[in-house]
Design a protein around this ligand. Sequence first.
Ligand code: ZN
Length: 103
Amino acid sequence: MKKLYTTQNKVALYVLKSMLDEKGIESFIKNEQPPLAGEIPPAIAWPELWVMDDERFSEAAAIFADEKLEFEKPKSSWTCAHCGEVLEGQFDVCWKCGASRIL
Ligand SMILES: [Zn+2]
């Protein structure tokens, strides 16, 4: 049993776990519940994703490497189809003309 990843981003862990599930790699999430205040320092109590089968750990790590890039990739900038303004990835609506981002 090996720890694959630990992060404060629980959603990322669940996404990853479901990908491992799809491949039939058994895994579980530890520290799913936040500890009571004062019990454990938060940094230690982050949720952890563990792979049950050591032999499949490298496979899981490879899946993770691909996924991790997705999680950490900054949103790319986009060009408003209406007015041509170039906008940062975190905006979903053009600040200039109010048109929505077309995904
Ligand atoms: Zn616009």
